[in-house]
Structures are given as structure tokens and as C-alpha cells.
Design a protein around this ligand. Sequence first.
Ligand SMILES: CC(C)(COP(=O)(O)OP(=O)(O)OC[C@H]1O[C@@H](n2cnc3c(N)ncnc32)[C@H](O)[C@@H]1OP(=O)(O)O)[C@@H](O)C(=O)NCCC(=O)NCCS
Length: 174
Amino acid sequence: MKSESIKITVLEAAEIEKVLKIQMECNLTSWNYIDYLKAIQNDELVTLVAKTKKEINGFIVARLIINKDFNPILLKQKSSEKLGQTSYSPENEAEIYSFAIAKKYQNKGIGKQLFSKFKEMAKKNEIDLIWLEVRKSNINAIEFYKKNNFSQSYQRKNYYNNPTEDGIVMKLVL
Ligand SMILES: CC(C)(COP(=O)(O)OP(=O)(O)OC[C@H]1O[C@@H](n2cnc3c(N)ncnc32)[C@H](O)[C@@H]1OP(=O)(O)O)[C@@H](O)C(=O)NCCC(=O)NCCS
């Protein structure tokens, strides 16, 4: 069923506990309360939540890595730095750190809507590429990302612990 009407907003401190529950339920690498609090205050991190009827049912945390010199939103922080040297990537990039939908809300199109909103924000920030890493065994997530036009870039051997497992690095060109 794909009829959920969802709202996507920026994560607030009062919502962190619910995000921690979803993170635990989905066995994701754990951030603690303070990590999320710092993330909310960090201009380079995007922290969005999806809600239905006021209940939080998913979240995404990503970092914007601005290498070019013209970003309209983060220009303030970067204007004093001299970019464009060969050591910088010619692309503005984003990296998804964490992304999950609570189990009872999965497969209802919420992840797709949340990711679309993030993609829209990334485009506004002139991001050229989105990167992420996923456990090799997480077929559901890999399929989701493929459906959202990510391609597999390379594999990092034994990247994950508990259990030890390769990481698949995936990329989306915007
Ligand atoms: C990956 C995840 C975020 C996807 O969110 P979701 O809300 O369940 O996904 P959606 O319902 O929006 O699915 C969107 C599309 O992906 C497809 N999809 C989702 N799960 C799939 C699966 N297991 N196999 C194949 N396709 C799948 C859907 O069919 C849908 O395609 P459609 O629009 O063409 O019908 C969610 O499953 C999740 O939280 N997983 C656990 C945490 C996790 O692994 N996070 C990623 C860590 S890198």
C-alpha cells in the first residue's frame, strides 16, 4: 500500500529519541544522542525526518562536501578559502551517513519520498554526486538504491565489523 501521506522536516532535538529507536531497530551503525544533536547544529550535515500523523517513521543524515567555490548556501563558510587547486575534487559531493525507515513503515514509498527530498536539497546546493556505502548482504537497501538510480562503484573488503563484511560503495550522478 503506497497511500501514506507524509511530511518531511528537518530533525529537531525533541525527535532524536525516536530516530535512535529506528536506528537500533534497523541495526545501523550507531550514533548516540549527542552525535545527532551535533549533527543538527552542523551546517554541512543534512538531517531530515519523515512523519505520518506526527509519528516519525524514518530519517536520513548526509554530509555535503563542497569542493567548488560557488555554493549559494554554504558560500559564507567557504568564501575565505582558496579552492580549485588540484588537490580538491572538481565535484561537489554528498555522502549519506545513515538512512532508515521504521520496519512497520517500510515498502510504503516513504524511503523514496525522503530520498527525493534529500536529492532536491542536494541539487539546490549544487551537489554533483551522492555517495553511500552499504553492507554487501543488505540486498533490500541495494535494490532500493538501484531503483533510485545509484550504481555500484567499488567494493571495500572487510569494511564492516560484527559481522565482518565487505562494503559496497554506490554512487549517483545528479
Ligand atoms: C532501504 C530503505 C530505507 C528503503 O525505504 P522504504 O521506505 O522501505 O522503500 P520504498 O517503499 O520507498 O521503496 C522505493 C522503491 O524501492 C523498491 N524496494 C524497496 N525495498 C526493496 C526490496 N527489498 N527489493 C526490491 N525493491 C525494493 C520499492 O519496490 C520501490 O520501488 P517502486 O517505487 O518502483 O515501487 C528501508 O528498507 C530501510 O530502512 N532499510 C533498513 C535500514 C537500511 O538498510 N538502510 C540503508 C543503510 S545503507
